[in-house]
Design a protein around this ligand. Structure first.
Ligand code: F6P
Length: 539
Protein backbone atom coordinates (compact mmCIF):
# COMPACT_ATOMS: atom_id res chain seq x y z
CA UNK A 1 0.00 0.00 0.00
CA UNK A 2 1.31 3.41 -0.92
CA UNK A 3 0.62 6.75 0.70
CA UNK A 4 -2.63 8.41 -0.42
CA UNK A 5 -2.01 10.57 -3.47
CA UNK A 6 -4.07 13.75 -3.38
CA UNK A 7 -3.13 17.09 -4.88
CA UNK A 8 -4.02 19.39 -1.95
CA UNK A 9 -5.04 22.24 -4.21
CA UNK A 10 -7.83 20.16 -5.71
CA UNK A 11 -9.51 19.51 -2.36
CA UNK A 12 -12.65 21.21 -1.09
CA UNK A 13 -10.85 22.34 2.01
CA UNK A 14 -8.11 24.07 0.00
CA UNK A 15 -10.67 25.97 -2.02
CA UNK A 16 -12.49 27.01 1.13
CA UNK A 17 -9.18 28.14 2.62
CA UNK A 18 -8.40 30.20 -0.51
CA UNK A 19 -11.64 32.16 -0.25
CA UNK A 20 -11.35 32.38 3.52
CA UNK A 21 -7.79 33.71 3.27
CA UNK A 22 -8.97 36.66 1.13
CA UNK A 23 -11.68 37.40 3.72
CA UNK A 24 -9.45 37.22 6.78
CA UNK A 25 -5.88 38.05 5.75
CA UNK A 26 -6.03 41.57 7.17
CA UNK A 27 -7.59 40.69 10.52
CA UNK A 28 -5.45 41.70 13.48
CA UNK A 29 -4.94 39.06 16.16
CA UNK A 30 -5.38 41.78 18.76
CA UNK A 31 -9.01 42.14 17.67
CA UNK A 32 -9.51 38.38 17.62
CA UNK A 33 -8.33 38.20 21.24
CA UNK A 34 -10.49 41.16 22.24
CA UNK A 35 -13.59 39.51 20.76
CA UNK A 36 -13.09 36.09 22.28
CA UNK A 37 -12.08 35.72 25.94
CA UNK A 38 -11.85 31.96 25.41
CA UNK A 39 -9.42 32.19 22.48
CA UNK A 40 -6.28 31.19 24.39
CA UNK A 41 -7.98 28.27 26.14
CA UNK A 42 -9.54 27.10 22.91
CA UNK A 43 -6.29 27.17 21.01
CA UNK A 44 -4.11 25.44 23.61
CA UNK A 45 -3.22 21.76 23.78
CA UNK A 46 -1.79 20.17 26.88
CA UNK A 47 -0.12 16.80 26.78
CA UNK A 48 1.98 15.37 29.63
CA UNK A 49 4.52 18.08 30.47
CA UNK A 50 3.80 20.03 27.24
CA UNK A 51 1.63 23.15 27.09
CA UNK A 52 1.24 24.28 23.50
CA UNK A 53 -0.51 27.60 22.93
CA UNK A 54 -1.22 28.29 19.27
CA UNK A 55 -3.69 31.11 19.88
CA UNK A 56 -1.23 33.82 18.75
CA UNK A 57 -1.77 32.89 15.12
CA UNK A 58 -3.68 34.60 12.35
CA UNK A 59 -6.47 32.05 12.47
CA UNK A 60 -10.15 32.12 13.36
CA UNK A 61 -12.39 29.23 14.38
CA UNK A 62 -13.25 28.84 10.71
CA UNK A 63 -9.61 28.74 9.63
CA UNK A 64 -8.96 25.97 12.11
CA UNK A 65 -12.01 24.08 10.93
CA UNK A 66 -10.98 24.28 7.26
CA UNK A 67 -7.40 23.27 8.07
CA UNK A 68 -8.73 20.21 9.89
CA UNK A 69 -10.87 19.41 6.86
CA UNK A 70 -7.72 19.63 4.75
CA UNK A 71 -6.04 16.76 6.61
CA UNK A 72 -9.17 14.70 6.13
CA UNK A 73 -9.26 15.54 2.43
CA UNK A 74 -5.63 14.45 1.95
CA UNK A 75 -6.33 11.26 3.99
CA UNK A 76 -3.85 11.88 6.77
CA UNK A 77 -5.29 9.13 8.97
CA UNK A 78 -4.56 6.49 6.33
CA UNK A 79 -1.07 7.94 5.78
CA UNK A 80 -0.25 7.68 9.50
CA UNK A 81 -1.40 4.08 9.53
CA UNK A 82 0.74 3.31 6.48
CA UNK A 83 3.84 4.79 8.12
CA UNK A 84 3.44 3.10 11.50
CA UNK A 85 2.56 -0.28 10.07
CA UNK A 86 5.81 -0.68 8.13
CA UNK A 87 4.55 -0.13 4.60
CA UNK A 88 7.15 1.02 2.06
CA UNK A 89 6.00 4.62 2.02
CA UNK A 90 9.48 5.78 0.93
CA UNK A 91 8.52 4.66 -2.55
CA UNK A 92 11.36 6.28 -4.50
CA UNK A 93 13.87 4.27 -2.45
CA UNK A 94 11.61 1.24 -1.96
CA UNK A 95 11.84 1.42 1.84
CA UNK A 96 9.66 1.46 4.93
CA UNK A 97 10.09 4.40 7.34
CA UNK A 98 10.42 2.96 10.79
CA UNK A 99 12.18 5.36 13.15
CA UNK A 100 9.09 5.11 15.35
CA UNK A 101 9.72 1.36 15.78
CA UNK A 102 13.15 2.18 17.27
CA UNK A 103 11.46 3.69 20.31
CA UNK A 104 8.60 1.22 20.57
CA UNK A 105 8.50 -1.06 23.64
CA UNK A 106 9.81 -4.63 23.55
CA UNK A 107 6.25 -5.95 23.49
CA UNK A 108 5.36 -4.13 20.25
CA UNK A 109 5.05 -5.96 16.95
CA UNK A 110 6.08 -4.06 13.84
CA UNK A 111 6.38 -5.96 10.61
CA UNK A 112 8.61 -5.05 7.68
CA UNK A 113 8.76 -7.52 4.77
CA UNK A 114 6.80 -10.02 6.84
CA UNK A 115 9.25 -9.95 9.75
CA UNK A 116 8.76 -8.44 13.22
CA UNK A 117 11.68 -5.98 13.53
CA UNK A 118 11.25 -5.27 17.26
CA UNK A 119 13.43 -8.17 18.58
CA UNK A 120 16.49 -7.14 16.54
CA UNK A 121 16.02 -3.48 17.54
CA UNK A 122 16.10 -4.55 21.19
CA UNK A 123 19.13 -6.78 20.62
CA UNK A 124 21.05 -3.76 19.33
CA UNK A 125 19.80 -1.68 22.27
CA UNK A 126 21.15 -4.31 24.63
CA UNK A 127 24.49 -4.14 22.86
CA UNK A 128 24.48 -0.33 23.18
CA UNK A 129 23.70 -0.66 26.89
CA UNK A 130 26.45 -3.19 27.56
CA UNK A 131 29.03 -1.25 25.58
CA UNK A 132 28.07 2.07 27.21
CA UNK A 133 28.35 0.61 30.70
CA UNK A 134 31.78 -0.90 30.00
CA UNK A 135 33.14 2.40 28.65
CA UNK A 136 31.57 4.59 31.33
CA UNK A 137 32.59 2.40 34.29
CA UNK A 138 36.07 1.93 32.88
CA UNK A 139 35.93 -1.85 32.35
CA UNK A 140 36.72 -1.34 28.67
CA UNK A 141 40.19 0.08 28.34
CA UNK A 142 42.50 1.56 25.70
CA UNK A 143 45.62 -0.10 24.30
CA UNK A 144 47.85 0.95 27.21
CA UNK A 145 45.35 -0.17 29.84
CA UNK A 146 43.97 3.28 30.61
CA UNK A 147 40.27 4.09 30.84
CA UNK A 148 38.66 6.08 28.06
CA UNK A 149 38.29 9.80 28.62
CA UNK A 150 37.23 11.06 25.17
CA UNK A 151 34.74 9.96 22.52
CA UNK A 152 35.01 11.17 18.93
CA UNK A 153 31.86 10.82 16.83
CA UNK A 154 32.81 10.79 13.14
CA UNK A 155 29.82 11.30 10.84
CA UNK A 156 27.93 13.95 8.88
CA UNK A 157 24.31 14.96 8.27
CA UNK A 158 22.02 12.62 10.16
CA UNK A 159 25.04 10.73 11.46
CA UNK A 160 26.26 13.87 13.22
CA UNK A 161 23.57 16.53 13.70
CA UNK A 162 21.23 14.46 15.89
CA UNK A 163 23.86 13.08 18.27
CA UNK A 164 25.69 16.45 18.39
CA UNK A 165 22.51 18.40 19.16
CA UNK A 166 21.31 15.94 21.82
CA UNK A 167 24.70 15.65 23.56
CA UNK A 168 24.83 19.44 23.73
CA UNK A 169 21.21 19.71 24.86
CA UNK A 170 21.68 17.10 27.60
CA UNK A 171 25.07 18.31 28.84
CA UNK A 172 23.55 18.81 32.30
CA UNK A 173 23.14 15.01 32.46
CA UNK A 174 26.61 14.22 31.12
CA UNK A 175 29.18 11.94 32.73
CA UNK A 176 32.97 12.33 32.86
CA UNK A 177 33.55 11.46 29.19
CA UNK A 178 34.29 14.34 26.82
CA UNK A 179 32.49 14.02 23.49
CA UNK A 180 33.81 15.53 20.25
CA UNK A 181 32.15 15.66 16.84
CA UNK A 182 34.07 15.61 13.57
CA UNK A 183 31.93 16.10 10.47
CA UNK A 184 33.30 18.52 7.90
CA UNK A 185 35.73 17.26 5.25
CA UNK A 186 37.62 20.49 5.98
CA UNK A 187 40.85 19.06 7.40
CA UNK A 188 41.08 21.94 9.82
CA UNK A 189 38.03 20.53 11.63
CA UNK A 190 39.54 17.12 12.37
CA UNK A 191 42.95 18.63 13.14
CA UNK A 192 41.52 21.05 15.67
CA UNK A 193 39.82 18.10 17.39
CA UNK A 194 43.02 16.02 17.31
CA UNK A 195 44.83 18.79 19.22
CA UNK A 196 42.83 17.86 22.31
CA UNK A 197 43.11 14.07 22.08
CA UNK A 198 45.31 11.43 23.62
CA UNK A 199 45.33 8.26 21.46
CA UNK A 200 45.62 6.04 24.56
CA UNK A 201 42.30 7.22 26.00
CA UNK A 202 40.20 8.08 22.94
CA UNK A 203 37.37 5.98 21.55
CA UNK A 204 36.33 6.63 17.94
CA UNK A 205 32.72 6.05 16.88
CA UNK A 206 32.39 6.06 13.09
CA UNK A 207 28.78 6.62 12.13
CA UNK A 208 27.73 6.20 8.53
CA UNK A 209 24.66 4.41 7.31
CA UNK A 210 26.30 3.80 3.93
CA UNK A 211 29.94 3.85 5.06
CA UNK A 212 30.75 5.47 1.71
CA UNK A 213 30.27 9.14 2.60
CA UNK A 214 33.37 11.05 1.50
CA UNK A 215 33.56 13.32 4.54
CA UNK A 216 33.19 10.53 7.09
CA UNK A 217 35.55 8.08 5.44
CA UNK A 218 38.21 10.81 4.94
CA UNK A 219 37.97 11.87 8.58
CA UNK A 220 37.96 8.26 9.79
CA UNK A 221 41.10 7.49 7.75
CA UNK A 222 42.87 10.62 9.01
CA UNK A 223 42.06 9.72 12.60
CA UNK A 224 43.10 6.10 12.06
CA UNK A 225 46.48 7.23 10.62
CA UNK A 226 46.97 9.60 13.53
CA UNK A 227 46.08 6.84 15.99
CA UNK A 228 48.48 4.38 14.31
CA UNK A 229 51.38 6.76 14.91
CA UNK A 230 51.16 5.70 18.56
CA UNK A 231 49.45 2.31 18.39
CA UNK A 232 49.49 -0.83 16.26
CA UNK A 233 46.92 -2.27 13.84
CA UNK A 234 45.58 -4.72 16.41
CA UNK A 235 44.74 -1.84 18.76
CA UNK A 236 42.12 -0.58 16.31
CA UNK A 237 39.79 -3.25 17.68
CA UNK A 238 39.80 -1.54 21.11
CA UNK A 239 39.54 2.02 19.90
CA UNK A 240 37.30 2.08 16.80
CA UNK A 241 33.64 1.13 16.63
CA UNK A 242 31.19 1.69 13.79
CA UNK A 243 27.48 2.18 13.27
CA UNK A 244 26.41 1.23 9.75
CA UNK A 245 24.28 -0.90 7.46
CA UNK A 246 27.34 -1.67 5.32
CA UNK A 247 28.96 -4.38 7.45
CA UNK A 248 31.52 -5.65 4.87
CA UNK A 249 32.99 -2.22 4.19
CA UNK A 250 33.22 -1.56 7.93
CA UNK A 251 35.17 -4.81 8.36
CA UNK A 252 37.50 -3.81 5.50
CA UNK A 253 38.25 -0.60 7.37
CA UNK A 254 39.70 -2.83 10.09
CA UNK A 255 36.93 -2.74 12.65
CA UNK A 256 36.28 -5.85 14.71
CA UNK A 257 32.95 -7.55 13.96
CA UNK A 258 32.03 -7.27 17.67
CA UNK A 259 32.44 -3.52 17.47
CA UNK A 260 29.87 -3.02 14.71
CA UNK A 261 26.46 -1.67 15.68
CA UNK A 262 24.02 -2.46 12.89
CA UNK A 263 21.27 -0.22 11.60
CA UNK A 264 18.70 -0.82 8.88
CA UNK A 265 17.68 0.67 5.56
CA UNK A 266 14.27 1.56 7.00
CA UNK A 267 15.90 4.22 9.23
CA UNK A 268 16.45 7.49 7.37
CA UNK A 269 19.70 9.31 8.23
CA UNK A 270 17.94 12.41 9.54
CA UNK A 271 15.64 10.29 11.73
CA UNK A 272 18.36 7.96 12.96
CA UNK A 273 19.45 9.22 16.39
CA UNK A 274 17.03 6.66 17.88
CA UNK A 275 19.08 3.83 16.36
CA UNK A 276 22.70 2.95 17.20
CA UNK A 277 23.53 6.30 15.54
CA UNK A 278 22.76 7.56 19.04
CA UNK A 279 25.64 5.55 20.53
CA UNK A 280 27.59 8.74 21.30
CA UNK A 281 24.53 10.07 23.15
CA UNK A 282 24.36 6.91 25.24
CA UNK A 283 28.09 7.14 25.99
CA UNK A 284 27.82 10.82 26.93
CA UNK A 285 24.78 10.68 29.23
CA UNK A 286 24.57 7.00 30.12
CA UNK A 287 22.23 4.36 28.74
CA UNK A 288 19.34 5.11 31.11
CA UNK A 289 19.14 8.71 29.96
CA UNK A 290 19.37 7.57 26.37
CA UNK A 291 16.51 5.14 26.99
CA UNK A 292 14.44 8.00 28.52
CA UNK A 293 15.00 10.06 25.37
CA UNK A 294 13.53 7.19 23.35
CA UNK A 295 10.69 6.75 25.82
CA UNK A 296 9.78 10.43 25.42
CA UNK A 297 9.74 10.10 21.64
CA UNK A 298 7.53 7.02 21.98
CA UNK A 299 5.05 8.99 24.10
CA UNK A 300 4.85 11.63 21.37
CA UNK A 301 4.38 8.84 18.79
CA UNK A 302 1.40 7.55 20.74
CA UNK A 303 -0.04 11.05 21.06
CA UNK A 304 0.37 11.58 17.30
CA UNK A 305 -1.06 8.21 16.38
CA UNK A 306 -4.08 8.24 18.66
CA UNK A 307 -5.10 11.82 19.46
CA UNK A 308 -7.90 13.53 17.52
CA UNK A 309 -6.43 15.92 15.00
CA UNK A 310 -7.79 19.07 16.68
CA UNK A 311 -5.84 18.13 19.85
CA UNK A 312 -2.87 16.61 18.08
CA UNK A 313 0.20 18.81 18.55
CA UNK A 314 2.24 17.80 15.46
CA UNK A 315 -0.86 17.91 13.24
CA UNK A 316 -1.92 21.35 14.47
CA UNK A 317 1.60 22.77 14.13
CA UNK A 318 1.87 21.34 10.61
CA UNK A 319 -1.47 22.85 9.59
CA UNK A 320 -0.61 26.29 10.93
CA UNK A 321 2.67 26.17 9.06
CA UNK A 322 0.87 25.21 5.81
CA UNK A 323 -1.52 28.13 6.35
CA UNK A 324 1.38 30.60 6.36
CA UNK A 325 3.47 28.83 3.73
CA UNK A 326 0.75 28.30 1.14
CA UNK A 327 -1.68 31.12 1.76
CA UNK A 328 0.29 33.98 3.33
CA UNK A 329 3.30 32.87 1.22
CA UNK A 330 5.63 33.15 4.21
CA UNK A 331 8.92 31.66 3.09
CA UNK A 332 10.59 30.85 6.36
CA UNK A 333 9.89 29.86 9.93
CA UNK A 334 11.98 30.60 12.97
CA UNK A 335 12.51 28.28 15.93
CA UNK A 336 13.55 30.16 19.04
CA UNK A 337 14.35 28.02 22.07
CA UNK A 338 14.66 29.97 25.31
CA UNK A 339 17.34 27.60 26.53
CA UNK A 340 21.03 27.81 25.80
CA UNK A 341 21.06 24.00 25.90
CA UNK A 342 19.08 24.01 22.65
CA UNK A 343 21.75 26.03 20.88
CA UNK A 344 22.02 23.49 18.05
CA UNK A 345 18.32 22.71 17.80
CA UNK A 346 17.51 24.84 14.74
CA UNK A 347 20.58 23.55 12.91
CA UNK A 348 19.46 20.02 13.65
CA UNK A 349 15.92 20.76 12.44
CA UNK A 350 17.24 22.25 9.21
CA UNK A 351 18.23 18.81 7.94
CA UNK A 352 15.04 17.14 9.13
CA UNK A 353 12.76 19.78 7.65
CA UNK A 354 14.58 20.93 4.54
CA UNK A 355 16.07 17.62 3.40
CA UNK A 356 12.64 16.02 3.85
CA UNK A 357 10.29 18.57 2.37
CA UNK A 358 12.54 20.53 0.03
CA UNK A 359 10.91 18.83 -2.96
CA UNK A 360 9.15 20.11 -6.08
CA UNK A 361 7.89 16.88 -7.65
CA UNK A 362 4.66 15.37 -6.33
CA UNK A 363 3.89 11.73 -5.71
CA UNK A 364 2.80 11.29 -9.34
CA UNK A 365 6.18 12.47 -10.58
CA UNK A 366 4.71 15.80 -11.68
CA UNK A 367 6.07 19.27 -10.79
CA UNK A 368 4.00 20.91 -8.08
CA UNK A 369 2.38 24.29 -8.71
CA UNK A 370 2.19 25.21 -5.03
CA UNK A 371 4.77 25.91 -2.34
CA UNK A 372 6.31 23.04 -0.38
CA UNK A 373 9.04 22.96 2.32
CA UNK A 374 9.71 26.00 4.46
CA UNK A 375 13.09 27.47 5.24
CA UNK A 376 13.89 26.92 8.88
CA UNK A 377 16.29 28.89 11.03
CA UNK A 378 16.76 30.16 14.55
CA UNK A 379 18.94 30.73 17.56
CA UNK A 380 18.26 30.66 21.28
CA UNK A 381 16.62 33.59 23.01
CA UNK A 382 17.59 35.90 24.54
CA UNK A 383 20.70 36.07 22.28
CA UNK A 384 18.60 36.18 19.12
CA UNK A 385 16.65 39.17 20.47
CA UNK A 386 19.88 41.12 20.16
CA UNK A 387 20.60 39.79 16.68
CA UNK A 388 17.74 39.28 14.20
CA UNK A 389 14.56 40.07 16.14
CA UNK A 390 14.49 43.60 14.71
CA UNK A 391 13.56 42.10 11.34
CA UNK A 392 10.84 39.90 12.80
CA UNK A 393 9.29 42.86 14.63
CA UNK A 394 9.59 45.62 12.04
CA UNK A 395 10.82 44.10 8.76
CA UNK A 396 8.71 43.54 5.65
CA UNK A 397 8.65 39.74 5.87
CA UNK A 398 6.17 37.58 7.71
CA UNK A 399 8.12 35.12 9.85
CA UNK A 400 6.02 32.73 11.92
CA UNK A 401 8.03 31.53 14.89
CA UNK A 402 7.94 28.69 17.41
CA UNK A 403 8.97 29.80 20.88
CA UNK A 404 10.14 26.89 23.05
CA UNK A 405 10.65 27.42 26.78
CA UNK A 406 10.95 25.47 30.03
CA UNK A 407 9.14 26.46 33.22
CA UNK A 408 12.01 25.18 35.38
CA UNK A 409 15.72 25.77 34.92
CA UNK A 410 18.16 22.93 35.48
CA UNK A 411 20.60 24.71 37.76
CA UNK A 412 17.74 26.37 39.65
CA UNK A 413 18.91 29.96 39.44
CA UNK A 414 15.45 31.51 39.83
CA UNK A 415 16.56 35.09 39.31
CA UNK A 416 18.04 34.28 35.90
CA UNK A 417 15.15 32.03 34.97
CA UNK A 418 12.54 34.69 35.79
CA UNK A 419 14.44 37.12 33.57
CA UNK A 420 14.69 34.55 30.78
CA UNK A 421 11.00 33.66 30.87
CA UNK A 422 9.89 37.27 31.17
CA UNK A 423 11.68 37.85 27.86
CA UNK A 424 10.16 34.68 26.40
CA UNK A 425 6.63 35.86 27.25
CA UNK A 426 7.28 39.50 26.41
CA UNK A 427 8.44 38.74 22.89
CA UNK A 428 5.38 36.77 21.82
CA UNK A 429 3.16 39.41 23.43
CA UNK A 430 5.01 42.20 21.63
CA UNK A 431 4.83 40.31 18.34
CA UNK A 432 1.10 39.88 18.81
CA UNK A 433 0.12 43.38 19.91
CA UNK A 434 2.79 45.60 18.45
CA UNK A 435 2.64 49.26 19.47
CA UNK A 436 0.24 51.79 17.98
CA UNK A 437 0.99 55.35 16.92
CA UNK A 438 -1.14 56.58 19.84
CA UNK A 439 0.93 54.59 22.30
CA UNK A 440 4.14 55.95 20.81
CA UNK A 441 2.83 59.53 21.04
CA UNK A 442 1.73 58.95 24.64
CA UNK A 443 5.35 58.10 25.49
CA UNK A 444 6.29 61.66 24.53
CA UNK A 445 8.15 60.65 21.36
CA UNK A 446 9.32 63.56 19.19
CA UNK A 447 7.10 64.01 16.11
CA UNK A 448 9.74 63.04 13.50
CA UNK A 449 10.60 59.76 15.25
CA UNK A 450 7.03 58.50 15.71
CA UNK A 451 6.74 56.30 12.55
CA UNK A 452 9.99 54.48 13.39
CA UNK A 453 8.72 53.48 16.81
CA UNK A 454 5.40 52.03 15.69
CA UNK A 455 5.13 48.22 15.70
CA UNK A 456 2.45 46.75 13.49
CA UNK A 457 2.23 43.54 15.56
CA UNK A 458 0.10 40.68 14.19
CA UNK A 459 3.23 38.51 13.94
CA UNK A 460 2.35 34.87 14.54
CA UNK A 461 3.95 32.62 17.13
CA UNK A 462 3.39 29.22 18.70
CA UNK A 463 4.44 28.82 22.31
CA UNK A 464 5.69 25.39 23.36
CA UNK A 465 6.05 25.50 27.14
CA UNK A 466 7.61 22.39 28.69
CA UNK A 467 8.12 21.75 32.41
CA UNK A 468 11.79 20.89 32.35
CA UNK A 469 14.50 19.93 29.88
CA UNK A 470 14.98 16.23 30.54
CA UNK A 471 16.00 13.39 28.22
CA UNK A 472 12.32 12.42 28.06
CA UNK A 473 10.97 15.88 27.24
CA UNK A 474 13.70 16.37 24.63
CA UNK A 475 12.65 13.06 23.04
CA UNK A 476 9.07 14.32 22.84
CA UNK A 477 10.13 17.64 21.36
CA UNK A 478 12.22 16.05 18.59
CA UNK A 479 9.47 13.55 17.76
CA UNK A 480 6.95 16.40 17.68
CA UNK A 481 8.89 18.03 14.83
CA UNK A 482 9.44 14.69 13.07
CA UNK A 483 5.69 14.14 12.89
CA UNK A 484 5.09 17.73 11.81
CA UNK A 485 7.45 17.07 8.87
CA UNK A 486 5.52 13.93 7.96
CA UNK A 487 2.11 15.63 8.08
CA UNK A 488 3.35 18.44 5.84
CA UNK A 489 4.79 15.96 3.35
CA UNK A 490 1.42 14.20 3.23
CA UNK A 491 -0.42 17.49 2.66
CA UNK A 492 2.01 18.62 -0.06
CA UNK A 493 1.80 15.18 -1.71
CA UNK A 494 5.58 14.79 -1.87
CA UNK A 495 7.98 12.05 -0.84
CA UNK A 496 9.56 13.27 2.41
CA UNK A 497 12.00 10.41 2.94
CA UNK A 498 14.35 10.56 -0.04
CA UNK A 499 17.07 13.18 -0.65
CA UNK A 500 18.14 12.98 -4.29
CA UNK A 501 18.81 16.72 -4.22
CA UNK A 502 22.09 16.24 -2.38
CA UNK A 503 23.53 13.91 -5.07
CA UNK A 504 24.40 16.24 -7.96
CA UNK A 505 26.87 18.35 -5.98
CA UNK A 506 28.52 15.16 -4.64
CA UNK A 507 28.98 13.79 -8.19
CA UNK A 508 30.46 17.02 -9.52
CA UNK A 509 32.79 17.34 -6.52
CA UNK A 510 34.29 13.94 -7.22
CA UNK A 511 34.87 14.91 -10.88
CA UNK A 512 36.52 18.19 -9.89
CA UNK A 513 38.67 16.41 -7.31
CA UNK A 514 40.12 14.26 -10.08
CA UNK A 515 41.21 17.44 -11.87
CA UNK A 516 43.25 18.38 -8.80
CA UNK A 517 44.81 15.01 -8.23
CA UNK A 518 45.20 13.61 -11.79
CA UNK A 519 45.39 14.73 -15.37
CA UNK A 520 41.64 14.66 -16.03
CA UNK A 521 40.13 17.77 -17.56
CA UNK A 522 36.38 18.36 -17.63
CA UNK A 523 34.25 20.83 -19.49
CA UNK A 524 33.04 23.65 -17.23
CA UNK A 525 31.31 26.96 -17.58
CA UNK A 526 33.73 29.96 -17.70
CA UNK A 527 33.14 30.90 -14.12
CA UNK A 528 33.91 27.44 -12.71
CA UNK A 529 36.98 27.10 -15.00
CA UNK A 530 38.38 30.41 -13.79
CA UNK A 531 37.76 29.52 -10.16
CA UNK A 532 39.34 26.11 -10.60
CA UNK A 533 42.45 27.65 -12.14
CA UNK A 534 42.60 30.30 -9.45
CA UNK A 535 42.56 27.56 -6.82
CA UNK A 536 45.29 25.55 -8.59
CA UNK A 537 47.52 28.63 -8.84
CA UNK A 538 47.00 29.68 -5.27
CA UNK A 539 46.80 26.45 -3.28
O1 F6P B 1 23.25 14.61 3.06
C1 F6P B 1 22.88 13.40 2.48
C2 F6P B 1 22.95 12.26 3.44
O2 F6P B 1 22.63 11.10 2.74
C3 F6P B 1 22.03 12.42 4.65
O3 F6P B 1 20.71 12.10 4.40
C4 F6P B 1 22.70 11.55 5.64
O4 F6P B 1 22.23 11.81 6.92
C5 F6P B 1 24.15 11.92 5.41
O5 F6P B 1 24.24 12.09 4.01
C6 F6P B 1 25.17 10.94 5.91
O6 F6P B 1 25.07 9.69 5.31
P1 F6P B 1 25.77 8.41 5.91
O7 F6P B 1 25.21 8.16 7.26
O8 F6P B 1 25.47 7.31 4.95
O9 F6P B 1 27.25 8.68 6.00
Amino acid sequence: MALPNVNPTTTNAWNKLKVHFEDTKDLHMKDLFAKDPERANKFTITFDDFYVDFSKNRITDETFQYLLELVDDVKLKAAIESQFSGEKINKTEGRAVMHTALRAPKSAVVTVDGKNIIPEIHEVKQKIEGFTNEVVNGARKGFTGKQFTDIVNIGIGGSDLGPAMVVDALQYYKNHLTTHFVSNVDGDHVNEVIKNLNPETTLFVIVSKTFTTQETISNANTLKSWFLKSATGKDIANHFVAVSTNIDTVKNFGIDANNIFPMWDWVGGRFSLWSAVGLSISLAVGYNNYASLLEGAHKMDEHFKTEDFDKNIPVVLALISVWYNNFFKAESEAVIPYSQYLNQFATYLQQGIMESNGKSIDRNGTPVDYETGTLIWGEPGTNSQHAFFQLIHQGTKLIPADFIGFTQSLHGNQDHHDKLISNFLAQTEALLNGKTKEEVIAEGTPETIIPFKVFEGNKPTNTVFIKKLTPESLGKLIAMYEHKIFVQGVIWNIFSYDQFGVELGKQLASKILKEFTGNTKNEHDNSTSNLLNYYKENS
